[in-house]
Ligand binder design. Structure first.
Ligand code: ADE
Ligand code: ZN
Length: 338
């Protein structure tokens, strides 16, 4: 008999909520710092890891943006994404829809071209090298202005063959979705898919607004929908997927403990839940680790775990490759935890 952890890892999964900059492990951060002559204000990886004690989303974001200073060249972005894809593949990920934060790089003088082409070096060969199909989702930083988001979309115009959709992330409270109406309208007109973080720290109203004003097709996090039963009913009725990130919620104190995570309640309510890692280098686990952690903390059955894996493919943007989606789903249905 395999250990439950080992029995779970090959379960085919899609990862739909993953910030590539959040996969920057301390070891790689120091390697890139040295390669690029960037000084980090930490003596070593141990001291850096010791800084990973977060009070809330903002305290995490401060460190997340600080460490990005080491990412400078195409090769850096390629190395970052390739390291993630290798780790994800080892945890059963077969398809990954990957967020990136161009404004955080443009602000440091790193060109859109460097970021997208660097990431693409890894994503474009991911199927061959890792057996993982990929999509790229460009996120706007919601604590930056609406004009900055529009300029960022414009800067991405010549890269839209690489970019499947747009998202909205960073500090949520005080930056409601409506602020980004114009850029989401422009993105939709360009044929881009639309997702948005909402209801992580922000109120349930932001979730409804992301659907109504931005046309979001998935809600990233969406945890706080539980505070509004009518909203839950709507999300169920419209089959809006939630990309939940339980380890992130614990580390950023959106929930007190993993054993208290509302995932079972959300599933019982009939919501289309998926489980994801968000920023795995910072929150203590990649997506397979996350599946295992919720299995153990919440006592999820094998049927529930298969349901989460199925949902991840159903909620993915694989409409342009239904044959592939069908194959992944058949593999999930046939999966035995032995
Ligand atoms: N969990 C999260 N919420 C909002 N913005 C983020 N950027 C990276 N991780 C994030
Ligand atoms: Zn996120």
């Amino acid at each position: 008999m395999k250990r439950p952890y080992d029995a779970l890892m090959p379960l085919p999964k899609a990862e739909l909520h993953l910030h590539i900059e959040g996969t920057l492990e301390p070891e790689l951060a120091f390697r890139l710092a040295e390669r690029n002559g960037v000084r980090l204000p930490y003596a070593d990886t141990e001291e850096l890891r010791a800084a990973y004690r977060f009070e809330d989303l903002q305290s995490f974001l401060d460190l997340y943006y600080e460490l990005m200073a080491v990412l400078r060249t195409e090769r850096d972005f390629a190395d970052l994404a390739d390291a993630y894809l290798a780790r994800a593949a080892a945890q059963g990920v077969r398809h990954a829809e990957i967020f990136f934060d161009p404004q955080a790089h443009l602000a440091r003088g790193v060109a859109m071209d460097t970021v997208v082409e660097g990431l693409w070096r890894a994503l474009g060969s991911s199927e061959r090298n890792h057996g993982v199909s990929t999509r790229l989702i460009m996120c706007f930083l919601r604590d930056e202005s609406a004009e900055s988001a529009l300029r960022t979309l414009e800067a991405a115009r010549s890269h839209l063959d690489r970019i499947t959709g747009v998202g909205l992330d960073s500090a949520e409270v005080g930056h409601p979705p409506v602020k980004f109406r114009a850029v989401y309208e422009a993105a939709a007109a360009l044929g881009l898919r639309r997702v948005a973080h909402a209801g992580e720290e922000g109120p349930p109203e932001y979730i409804a607004e992301a659907l109504d004003v931005l046309g979001a097709e998935r809600i990233d996090h969406g945890l706080r929908c539980l505070e509004d039963p009518a909203l839950v009913e709507r999300l169920v009725r419209e089959r809006i997927p939630l990309t939940l990130c339980p380890l992130s919620n614990v580390r950023l104190r959106a929930v007190d403990a993993l054993t208290e995570h509302p995932l079972p309640a959300l599933l019982d309510a009939g919501l289309m839940c998926t489980v994801n890692s968000d920023d795995p280098a910072y929150f203590g686990g990649y997506v397979g680790d996350t599946f295992d952690a919720v299995r153990e903390a919440l006592g999820l059955t094998e049927d529930r775990l298969r349901e989460l894996a199925r949902n991840s493919f159903l909620a993915s943007f694989l409409e342009d490759d239904e044959e592939r989606r069908g194959r992944y789903l058949a593999e999930v249905d046939a999966y035995t935890f032995e």
